[in-house]
Design a protein around this ligand. Structure first.
Ligand code: RIB
Length: 323
């Protein structure tokens, strides 16, 4: 079995993917290179578009045909309205995306160079106000989802509580560990899957990740602390999946990269869709890897998130797994 050309609707769940996560407005500038501290340089392209890891992952899953709902907060402002419109256009349900009357919508400044490398600085704004009360109201939705997908742009107690609600209902819980933050074992123990890039894995485990061997050690540490499966990135050496079934290596996918922003979001969301559809690690991992690679070929966090047909075509054209 591999990623089917159309999504498989899971009749016993109302939602395929429930995202509890952040939404930002991204201000992007691209230039020849990234500026050094204290330096001002001139870019050649600018853009203003919907972003935030939660919103990006919701859109990525919806483009793969999943029924998706986003739980979170935006401000009662033009930026929040724009994000909501984008999500709805993509088919993401927004009835659990609250309008915060006190804080502005989250904002991210994204700088991208000619090689597609990025630097991001974000202010959480309304994302920081997602509350226990929001989760209490959203708990029936979390329980009705097949997969709960989260990131670390919301307060950690919210991530912890949402994971408890989903686990209590027997749902699969997947966490993208970006942006990098330390996590208590009480969060890790409720995760079926964690995905961390090299930088994030270093923060989580207290040990820098430079290569695949470091990634293996980080994944082992995360599993020992209670995570079901750990996926750790090792930069250009690709990703390593460590699960109960063993180890799987996902090589770096060479493409003409334009912008790495949102590549991790494409990876984790695709993994959530594939695992939710019952695909094995050796099927889900390469799909996620391919989605991340495809994302990097377009400028903007959501612009390059692939649709299912595009992803299936890309996977068929390449062999993306080494065991
Ligand atoms: O993962 C990419 C995202 O990180 C951007 O869209 C930006 O908003 C930040 O949250």
């Amino acid at each position: 079995m591999s990623l089917a050309p159309t999504g498989q609707v899971m009749t016993q769940a109302r939602w395929d993917v429930v995202v509890v996560g952040g939404a930002n407005l991204d201000f992007l500038v691209r230039g020849e290179r990234l500026p050094a501290p204290g330096e001002t340089i001139t870019g050649d392209v600018s853009d203003e578009s919907a972003g935030g890891k939660g919103a990006n992952q919701a859109v990525a899953a919806a483009r793969l045909g999943a029924r998706v709902v986003l739980i979170g907060r935006v401000g009662a402002d033009r930026r929040g309205d724009l994000i909501r419109q984008r999500l709805e256009k993509e088919g993401v349900a927004t009835h659990q995306l609250r309008r915060d009357s006190e804080a502005a919508t989250g904002v991210a400044l994204v700088m991208v160079d000619r090689q597609g490398q990025k630097l991001i600085m974000a202010t959480p704004g309304a994302n920081a106000n997602v509350s226990e009360e929001d989760l209490r109201m959203a708990s029936p939705v979390i329980r009705e989802g097949r997969v709960l997908l989260m990131q670390l742009e919301l307060p950690i107690p919210i991530v912890e509580r949402a994971a408890q609600i989903a686990k209590g209902a027997g749902r699969m819980v997947i966490l993208d560990a970006g942006p990098g933050r330390e996590l208590p074992d009480s969060v890790l123990q409720n995760l079926d899957v964690i995905r961390a890039n090299a930088h994030e894995a270093g923060i989580l485990t207290g040990r820098a990740v430079h290569n695949l061997e470091d990634a293996r050690i980080a994944a082992q540490t995360l599993r020992q602390r209670g995570v079901g499966a750990a996926i750790v990135g090792a930069g250009s050496q690709g990703d390593l999946i460590l699960s109960r079934e063993g180890e799987l290596r996902l090589p770096w996918q060479p493409v003409d990269a334009v912008d790495a922003t949102g590549a991790g979001d494409a990876f984790t969301a695709t993994l959530a869709v594939c695992r939710g559809e019952g695909l094995s690690w050796s099927e889900s991992g390469p799909c996620a890897s391919a989605a991340a690679a495809l994302k990097t070929t377009k400028l903007g966090a959501q612009a390059g998130l692939p649709r299912r047909a595009e992803l299936v075509k890309f996977i068929e054209a390449r062999s993306v797994v080494n065991r």
